[in-house]
Design a protein around this ligand. Structure first.
Ligand SMILES: [Zn+2]
Length: 198
């Protein structure tokens, strides 16, 4: 079963864009069916496409579904004004004001925008700086670090890998084992108690 150059191109686009499409499984499937129909795929070809999609999804894992892109209006509809200001406009909540600053329950902290798991309560410590502080991130968090030129520069900004939410900054004055302090806005987090994990 040979595909023409054009068909191969569309197929590779389809596979390349799978992450974006994974944002909505049903729409992703509908889109693939649509493309398959446009290409006049036979049933067996459609099965190959579906199988390849399935394998790629499995290999990549459902946690890494690619960037979540929403409009400002969509973010505003699902976040509080403070959560929006901090996560989408790189804001900083007032020190000692956030709900997780002194919080010590056991569980995980997820990105408030997309639910991506970021920190475990075991890495949390009271730094006295006024913001929730962690010495380590979860290995699957894979938090993005980016030089921050605001306020005179020199700081490293932390962003959610999945949705680009601004989380806070990282400083090299934390406790062992890493010596780092992830200084995070409460407004960027949502707490998930132990036992609530899916
Ligand atoms: Zn996120």
């Amino acid at each position: 079963m040979l595909l023409s150059h054009g068909e191969r191109k569309i197929l590779s686009e389809l596979v390349k864009n799978r992450n974006r499409m994974l944002g909505c499984q049903r729409e992703a499937h509908a889109l693939r069916v649509l493309v398959a129909q446009a290409l006049n795929f036979s049933g067996i070809m459609m099965m190959i496409v579906e199988f390849r999609y399935y394998v790629l999804h499995r290999v990549q894992g459902p946690k890494h579904v690619g960037k979540i892109n929403k409009t400002a209006e969509e973010w505003k509809a699902m976040l509080s004004a403070e959560q929006y200001r901090v996560t989408r406009e790189s804001g900083t909540e007032a020190p000692f004001s956030g709900e997780y600053d002194q919080f010590q329950d056991e569980g995980r902290y997820l990105c408030v925008c997309c639910g991506h798991a970021l920190f475990d309560s075991q890495s949390k410590f009271i730094a006295g700086c006024g913001w929730p502080s962690f010495h380590s991130e979860l290995s699957e968090a894979n938090i993005v670090q980016r030089p921050d030129s605001s306020q005179g520069g020199g700081r490293i900004e932390l962003l959610c890998r999945n949705c680009d939410a601004h989380l806070g900054h990282i400083f090299p004055d934390g406790p062992p084992p890493t010596g780092m302090r992830y200084c995070i806005n409460s407004a960027s987090l949502v707490f998930e108690p132990d036992g609530d994990q899916a």
